[in-house]
Ligand binder design. Sequence first.
Ligand SMILES: [Zn+2]
Length: 386
Amino acid sequence: MRKTPEFEDCFAELISLPSVSCVDPAHDQSNRAVIDALANWFEALGFDCEIMPLSADPEKCNLIARRGDIDDNSGLILSGHTDTVPYDAKGWDTDPFKLTKLNGNYYGLGTADMKSFFPIILETLERLSDVKFDKPVTIVATADEESTMSGARAIQQANKPLGRYCIIGEPTDLIPRHSHKGIIIETINIQGRSGHSSDPTLGNSALEGMNDVMNALRAWRTELQAEHHNDDFKIPVPTLNLGRIQGGDSANRICASCELSMDLRMLPGMEITYLREKMHRVVKDTLAGSGLKVEFNEQFHGVPPMQTAFDSELVKMSEKFTQMNSNSVAFGTEGPFFNDMGLETVILGPGDIDVAHQPNEYLQIERIEPMINILSKMLNHFCEGK
Ligand SMILES: [Zn+2]
């Protein structure tokens, strides 16, 4: 006898519950309804559910659901985020909040990234209902992965034992991934003084100061790329992109203010705090003596790089059960926060990252059975199912 609704009903319900997270408050929503639905279903399957509101915003919650005792720090964690990115309704051919089965796909906001992972877990556990596990099974459902990762940060700060091995079901085309780069996004704002362009002594050009800063940042990038290399990655060096610049208003006015946004993607082993301080030093040293003022704004604290050891039992079993070689993934995940707690994490899920964060996001239906299969084998292996 099933204890939870059918796969498609669970999936449809999660897709129907809006849970957009966004650094822009105009688009940001609570994820509570998704968390409550998950807590009800996992409770029905015998899990103890802890709903964890985030201190900065209690409308946002994580769920930690556990079956079995955690005392020896073993067992398997299956983790995913409950939020989605904002959507552009005009771009969609179907209702983004209505799970729509069409052409061998399930369409809907969050189908690939990554609400589908939860009904897949539920379906796997339903099918394994006769199996007795000797080790704990833990489900983690987080808030705000798409915006600030504050859900994963809260779990890391609480630092309660979760288990030993963790699978995050982000979209990876059913290919295991054990590493990714980290990222910092930063805005640099230079303030000078405006004046008539005919007399340079009347002002102080923020734009010319920014030009010097950009050259210094590019020289620093060359240094970083000479010092750091990792063949695990398609682009085997750290990258620094000068992505947006805005400054000045008129050809005949000295530019008083200039703003640059950049990102820095670092390799495993490179540290966010050190890199941010070093970047600030590069900028300040460049502007020293110029009379220009500089301010830095971080969009969020950054996502650390992740590298789970290639010889981890989890990586080995992921390769065995998927029959694919593990490699790196091009986007940031919550994995490094879990690894920082002493866990070993692999990113492995059924969706396709190329259709995520887009109108008409979908999950291929033919990916679902293989993912259930992989999770069954993982649970049997790491939780010693009998
Ligand atoms: Zn995601």
